[in-house]
Design a binder for this molecule. Sequence first.
Ligand code: LIP
Length: 265
Amino acid sequence: MMVRSALLNVMMGAARKAARSLVRDYGEVEHLQVSMKGPADFVSSADIRCEKTLRAELKKARPGFGFLLEEGGEIAGDDKSHRWIIDPIDGTTNFLHGIPNFCISIGLERDGEMVAGVVYQPLGDEMFHAEKGAGAFLNERRLRVSARRKMEECVFTTGIPFHGRPGHQTFLKELTAVMGQVAGIRRFGSAALDLAYVAAGRCDGYWEAGIKPWDIAAGIVLVKEAGGYVSDYDGGAAMLETGELVAANDHLHQPLLKLLRSARG
Ligand code: LIP
């Protein structure tokens, strides 16, 4: 019988509550107020509403914890050890185009280490959750990363830079280096769900550069607690700082890292 900590219950409760308005907004996406944060970088009234609910629920449960919010920015708390890292809608471009691949992502950082993560895909009611030392789960089912060892049997996910984003040429070199070695590459449009799918063994690995801490904070805990490896492009642990991340099982992590490094020269 799986016993969930009070902390995870708080995080999952906040995600479910915020998802109610999110699913409603998704049904009326064409009527949403949308503004641009930068080239092809959207924020909608749905992002703001969802983030407000998450913040209120988590503040009520843990008043002293700080926040790093995609829309609201950094908010210091009295408790300097704990910080929520939140993306109200990861996959915003999908959401605004009516593409049903988006989620709520809540990560908890303790003294600089990610220790708990929730990624909730509301349309499919898929609640991915993990806590340091307690394993990773999809709803009630325990998760393990895939056991595949051969690149040619693997499906990897990644993020493709777009209008206004840097790194197009570097990404094309990475893609060229990887695509000839594997069974498939997918671009789903949500880093948090990409990491959840690696934790669930649906995909065998994921890599991306130019991502934000709130896109990956929760997913890092999911992959680690499902027995996978996560690093930055140098093989270190500075994913949140560098915005570069490579995740896979222990057979594939180093070979994928090597391919990316050879491509980047
Ligand atoms: C998205 C990430 C995705 C990345 C997109 C964007 P958002 O986050 O999840 O992996 O490729 O450029 O950053 O903007 O939907 O929260």
